[in-house]
Write a protein that binds this ligand. Structure first.
Ligand SMILES: [Zn+2]
Length: 535
């Protein structure tokens, strides 16, 4: 392996700069061998960045287990390579591989993709797109051969409370690169529990796709993603002979068919809320079996790479439209209820137009059978919340400051006492919800007493305006009744027992008072002047 590696490097040195061929990825060189560890993957990325003037490495941060998380930037734009700046009108595409360590294909796909972008075959994509390639999003998972990070956290479902270092650095990357498109590469096992051992069936779909589906996403971007991009992608992949469909996980023949989770706590929906066209790839993981390569990895990589290339071709085709929608959503979010309102609760429900759907399964003896499944992929919404002009935070301020910083939300720290009218919120009742809402988390029903009152702010208290690019997110996450409320997160739930709540909506806009210093540890990529004016 080492000898092969240095032989490739030598070959590289001799042939540069004229028409250099970049070395094959470690996996391509030895597809029968155990997959390369994180350090080997990182070495390969550094090799590409050294060999090509079109690539650079950006270190995003460090995993829970102390491993570097890196992005390979690929562009014809020098300014972009220097720092990912939006120096051109080209849309930026961010790709993440293997957020789950036991879904390794994505990391192999993205190394091959990077080489082909730099080395000829896919280079024409650089005429129109810039790339941020996070080849190995969860290096702990790869090295420890597990789904989660070294602290057993799932970075993919952590986007409200932001507990894991990986989630924090993915959010930092979204803020820094402001990608117009995000592609998130996963795999899903064809063996399901209890369906495979108990009922004797495996799933058969090779390629499943989902886009942002939270009801509070920007309405125009969401309509395009769900009604145009997703069906076109499924079609483009299906015509190559790879069975493709919308993402759904069935674990039993008695399950209904739904879609991917609706919550903003997952990466796909959080990134879409930031204004990216977000595409989830869930390609089939074949597990153990008789295959030419271990667990059929070469075939899994081939198929997922083809899916990514189809998606990139669609992005390229629609680049003007996507850029306009994504940047519009980022600067001027408008949900389905308008720019000042949001949906409080939602969940999957019966699809009345088509209450049954045929699903092809494979019996463990190999024979394919098609069964009718209940279809519950419609989304029912209930309750409308109002996005106030701002919030004050009067206790737990250090904790809230860290949380606001994690989300790149700007705030002011009160320097001198001042009197303000606030909408004081008290929790009148908390009960465990009678009905679970499929597609959202377990749930506490919160009843609030609200009243307008004068409050004295003391030094150190916080004022947060919703007049900023992610202002809507503040209300969606700070309203205790919201399906995506921070107060519904396990570590934050005890605050529901403190009255009044630490956060209170403001009935009137927060002005940049001379008494308050404007502070944000991690300013969002956008300048304040770009912030939208909210009625
Ligand atoms: Zn996954």
């Amino acid at each position: 392996m080492i000898r092969l590696w240095s032989a490739c490097l030598c070959a590289l040195l001799y042939t540069l700069p004229a028409q250099a061929r970049l070395p094959l990825t470690p996996f391509e060189q030895a597809p029968q061998r155990p997959l390369p560890k994180a350090a080997v993957v990182s070495n390969y990325l550094h090799t590409l960045a050294k060999a090509s003037p079109l690539a650079s490495i950006s270190r995003l941060g460090t995993s829970a287990g102390g491993r570097p998380v890196e992005a390979l930037l690929i562009s014809r734009d020098e300014a972009f390579l220097q720092g990912g700046k939006l120096a051109s009108d080209k849309p930026t595409v961010m790709l993440l591989g293997s957020q789950h360590g036991n879904e390794p294909s994505g990391t192999e796909v993205l190394q091959i993709l990077a080489r082909r972008l730099l080395d000829g075959e896919l280079a024409p994509l650089l005429d129109d797109l810039n790339f941020v390639v996070v080849v190995l999003a969860n290096p702990d998972g790869r090295d420890l051969n597990r789904r989660l990070n070294a602290r057993d956290e799932n970075p993919n479902l952590d986007f409200i409370a932001v507990k894991s270092p990986e989630t924090r650095l993915y959010i930092d990357a979204l803020a820094r690169f402001q990608p117009d498109v995000v592609m998130d590469l996963h795999e899903t096992w064809n063996h399901k529990w209890p369906m495979t051992p108990r009922e004797g069936f495996l799933t058969t779909t090779d390629a499943q796709f989902e886009v942002g589906n939270n009801p509070n996403l920007d309405a125009d971007l969401s309509a395009y993603a769900n009604q145009q991009f997703l069906p076109r992608l499924i079609h483009a992949v299906a015509v190559t002979g790879i069975p493709a469909q919308r993402y759904n996980e069935i674990y039993s023949v008695r399950d209904p068919v739904r879609r991917g989770g609706l919550s903003l706590s997952n990466f796909r929906n959080y990134a879409a809320m930031q204004g990216s066209l977000t595409v989830l790839f869930e390609n089939r993981h074949d597990g153990e079996g008789q295959y030419p390569t271990p667990m059929n990895i070469a075939e899994r990589v081939r198929k997922q790479l083809l899916c990514v290339q189809k998606a990139l071709a669609l992005v390229r085709e629609d680049r003007e439209h996507i850029r306009q929608l994504a940047r519009g959503a980022r600067q001027q979010w408008q949900g389905s209820e308008g720019e000042d309102r949001f949906v409080l609760q939602y969940g999957f429900t019966v699809n009345r137009q088509q209450p049954k759907i045929p699903v092809t399964l494979q019996r463990v003896d190999g024979q394919q059978v098609t069964k009718a499944f209940r279809r519950e992929d419609a989304i029912a919404v209930s309750g409308i919340g109002t996005i106030p002009p701002g919030y004050v935070i009067r206790s737990q301020t250090e904790r809230f400051r860290r949380w606001l910083d994690d989300h790149h939300l700007r705030y002011q720290v009160v320097q001198r006492k001042e009197i303000l009218t606030i909408k004081q919120q008290r929790v009148a009742a908390v009960t465990i919800a009678e009905h679970t809402r499929p597609g959202t988390r377990d749930w506490l029903d919160v009843k609030l007493d609200e009243k307008l009152q004068e409050a004295e702010l003391k030094p150190g208290d916080l004022k947060v305006s919703t007049d900023q690019p992610q202002g809507a997110l503040l209300a969606i996450m700070l309203d205790p009744r919201s399906a995506n409320s921070l107060y519904q997160e396990p570590q934050w739930r005890p605050l529901l027992l403190t009255n009044p709540l630490p956060t209170a909506p403001l009935p009137e806009a927060v002005n940049g008072s001379a008494q308050a210093a404007v502070i944000s540890g991690k300013a969002h990529g956008s300048a304040p002047a770009e912030a939208k004016a909210r009625g």
